[in-house]
Design a protein. Structure first.
Length: 223
């Protein structure tokens, strides 16, 4: 019988995903939202999109979307080895590890831009040294971004995200809705810029899953 209740269907999906993931990778790096499964109470807001305590209403709603997307990113990379994170499928592809660092670099750029009003050429030297290769990827990324364990990428993502959340707590919805008339793709508010950070992770999530299914020894998937 097919259920017509989307909340039930979602619980079943999360539960089955958690069982599959724990069998394939163990439970060490899986997102809390997935590991919670069907037993999650309404006190756990990981699957609730909307205002969050400690943030202005619309800022909190954005945070809830970004947090949900981050859980989705963490799920397919759980348990990957250094060799798997470094795997490059062809001469034009990026590794999974490089893409994870790319996500951190992109978020750092939007921090500098929206919180400190800096443009690309105004990055502090420390950020240029740390993130410029990951931001650009390409040949330099394939040469340089390798040899790192999963913990390195996850801790970098967490460090950058912690800064984002701390800065969001200082800002109100008027800031989020303020429009930059000079943005390169046209008038854009801070909400759209930060939603793009979320959407950017969604884009690379698909690439990461595709690459994971092409890892040496990977079983055929349905991507």
């Amino acid at each position: 019988m097919i259920s017509n209740n989307p909340s039930i269907d979602r619980r079943k999906f999360l539960q089955s995903s958690a069982l599959l993931a724990s069998g394939a990778f163990g439970a060490t790096v899986l997102p809390a939202a997935v590991m919670a499964g069907a037993g999650t109470s309404f006190e756990d807001r990981s699957n609730i999109i909307g205002p969050m305590a400690g943030y202005a209403p619309q800022v909190g709603t954005l945070v809830s979307m970004m947090s949900w997307m981050r859980n989705v990113i963490l799920f397919p990379v759980a348990g990957l080895t250094v060799e798997q994170l470094d795997y490059v499928h062809d001469t034009r592809a990026n590794s999974i590890g490089a893409m994870l660092l790319h996500l951190a670099a992109t978020e750092r750029f939007y921090q500098l831009h929206t919180f400190e009003n800096k443009k690309w050429g105004e990055w502090p030297e420390a950020d240029v040294k740390r993130f410029s290769v990951a931001s650009e990827l390409g040949d330099e990324g394939r040469k340089i971004i390798k040899g790192n364990p999963l913990k390195y990428y996850l801790s970098t993502l967490e460090e950058v995200r912690s800064n984002t959340l701390a800065e969001f707590k200082k800002r109100d919805d008027a800031w989020l809705m303020s429009v930059d008339k000079e943005w390169f793709w046209g008038p854009t508010n801070n909400y759209c810029k930060w939603f793009h950070v979320c959407e950017h992770e969604s884009n690379h999530n698909g690439q990461i899953k595709w690459l994971k299914s092409r890892l040496p020894g990977a079983k055929a998937g349905n991507d």
